[in-house]
Design a protein around this ligand. Structure first.
Ligand code: G16
Length: 544
């Protein structure tokens, strides 16, 4: 079937954000919109003639349509082979596993992550390079530049679609398409990293768990690993069937959107362990009986207990966290005598450090945790890490967390999100802060003395690339911090995130409350930012 060239015109809004291009489905459905972006990717990633691609997504609405479009374009552009997940399903971490294992040129992931799905909701697309990680900024910048000048794209002159539902091999204009099992490569790697026998024994001895897949991509992965392989009873995985609209839910694993799980874990029927993952399977939430583990604490605890897990015993060489993530993991790194790194928000910044063997574990406050086993954050990996540590230490989640605070001190932490603010008002808040931070150092905010204030800038220690304007930091002499940043993943208006952190080492002063110890920081953040008068907002939309 003939390759055809379709004339097109640039769209002016195809700048990839923190995690690829995310827009409403209806926006992607405009004539030529997806095609323009895909051709811009192909035009920006170097010579892939004769090479292989991985393709899959989180199963949201438009996933399968987009896959059919991309397959035709990949064939027309000269890829030799594409691995596609059965029914178009591949979690983000699974794509990273497959790229690395099969040594492909790269991969395309179709997902808007934790954002809702459905005909009127969100869709997204991102490109991962041959290390299995999100494309670095030099590639996403090139894709954006290309999208602004694109004049045509290549596709095939056919309406015939590929059957994605059966494991099979197809041929499309000289390109091979292999429909692969979505779960097996990923599950195999998890077997290699963790002590499945110990976890299995713990479960056989009565340990109970509930994993909420939120009707998103991890359903099949969690069912296979937690129920079939580790023996957790059927029903331990809830909302395990991926649905195009995530069952009408918001597949964001936090206490607000995984409310059912949160209620269960704080009830008398609580299992020993609870967890949830997001739309594309890279985020995780960890909850114990009556205790929520913040993602920042989770990273610190996994690092402090890495010796309990076979693949990491004696092998943790460094820890990286994104700037707004609490400094809890820095305290662990200090004690272990290893390096810690503070990077801008976005998993791609960890890739260079992992490729250069500088760090083993990485984490972000936005419910992302992972390691150098792949180059994406990995929701089920975090769950299995916790299960392995629980099986080895034979203590409850709550005991492990409390013992950690006793030993390292506690970093009280909370994030307040103000969603869907009009973009210019949100920009106004940030530009006001940017001016103010130049003169804040040394001044008092309430009873707090500002020890530093800046707009975070990061120089990558490996390639020396510089990323500016990554968030306003106000640090205080007692170790507390306030951070302001605009989300890079929202699709309506702007989301302003304010991150609060305070540090307590006196074990007599530790309490279960989170917001109370942060009260003064919260008050001062509103004063210094003028948030309420500039946006009219009096309350955050979501507190985590
Ligand atoms: C994406 C990135 C994460 C990052 C998060 C930040 O997450 O992959 O590395 O921490 O965005 O989101 P925001 O800019 O909204 O704070 P995901 O899970 O959406 O791919």
């Amino acid at each position: 079937m003939p390759t055809i060239t379709i004339n097109t015109k640039p769209f002016d809004d195809q700048k990839p954000g923190t995690s690829g291009l995310r827009k409403k489905v209806t926006h992607f459905q405009q004539a030529h919109y997806l095609e323009n972006f895909v051709q811009s990717i192909f035009d920006s990633i170097g010579d892939f003639k004769g090479k292989t691609l991985v393709l899959g997504g989180d199963g949201r609405y438009y996933n399968q349509d987009a896959i059919q479009i991309i397959l035709k374009m990949a064939a027309a552009n000269g890829f030799t082979k594409v691995f596609v997940g059965q029914n178009g399903i591949l979690s983000t971490p699974a794509v990273s596993v497959i790229i690395r294992k099969k040594q492909t040129f790269g991969g395309i992931i179709l997902s808007a992550s934790h954002n809702p799905g459905g005909p009127d909701e969100d869709f997204g697309i991102k490109y991962n390079t041959d290390n299995g990680g999100p494309a670095p900024e030099k590639i996403t910048d090139a894709i954006y530049a290309r999208s602004k000048e694109i004049a045509h794209y290549l596709t095939l002159d056919t309406d015939t679609d590929i059957n994605l539902s059966q494991l099979a091999t197809h041929e499309l204009n000289g390109m091979t398409i292999e429909i692969i099992d979505s779960v097996s490569d990923y599950a195999l790697l998890m077997n290699e990293l963790f002590d499945f026998t110990a976890i299995k024994d713990m479960i056989a001895n009565g340990f109970t768990l509930c994993f909420d897949a939120m009707h998103a991509v991890t359903g099949p992965y969690a069912t296979e690993i937690l129920e079939n392989q580790l023996g957790s009873p059927k029903g331990s995985v809830i909302n395990g069937i991926p649905l195009e609209d995530f069952g009408g839910g918001h597949p964001d694993p936090n206490l607000v959107h995984a409310q059912h799980l949160a209620e269960l874990m704080f009830s008398e029927q609580s299992p020993d362990f609870g967890a949830a993952s997001d739309g594309d399977g890279d985020r995780n939430m960890i909850v114990g009986n009556n205790i929520f583990v913040t993602p920042s604490d989770s990273l610190a605890i996994l690092a402090a207990n890495a010796d309990q897990v076979p693949a990491y015993k004696g092998k943790v060489i460094g820890i990286a966290r994104s700037m707004p993530t609490s400094q809890a993991s820095d305290n662990v790194a200090k004690k272990l005598g290893i390096d810690s790194y503070e990077t801008p928000t976005g998993w791609k910044f960890f890739g260079n450090l992992m490729d250069a063997d500088k760090v083993t574990l990485c984490g972000e406050e936005s419910f992302g945790t992972g390691s150098n086993h792949i180059r994406e954050k990995d929701g089920l990996w975090a769950v299995l890490s916790w299960l392995n540590i629980l099986a080895s230490r034979k203590e409850s989640v709550s005991d492990i967390v409390h013992e950690h605070w006793q030993e390292y001190g506690r970093n009280y932490y909370s994030r307040h999100d103000y969603e869907a603010i009009e973009t210019d008002k949100a920009n106004h808040v940030m530009s006001g802060l940017r001016d103010k931070v130049k003169t804040l150092t040394g001044t008092q905010l309430g009873t707090l003395t500002v020890s530093y204030s800046d707009d975070f800038s990061y120089t990558d220690p490996i390639d020396n690339s510089i990323s500016d304007q990554q968030g306003i930091r106000i640090g205080f002499s007692n170790g507390s911090r306030i951070v302001f940043r605009l989300s890079g993943t929202g699709t309506s208006g702007a989301t302003l995130r304010i991150y609060y952190e305070s540090y307590e080492t006196d074990s007599e002063q530790l309490n279960e409350e989170t917001q109370q110890p942060l009260k003064e920081l919260i008050e001062q953040s509103l004063i210094v930012s003028d948030l309420q008068s500039l946006t009219g907002r009096t309350e955050p939309t979501v507190i985590t």
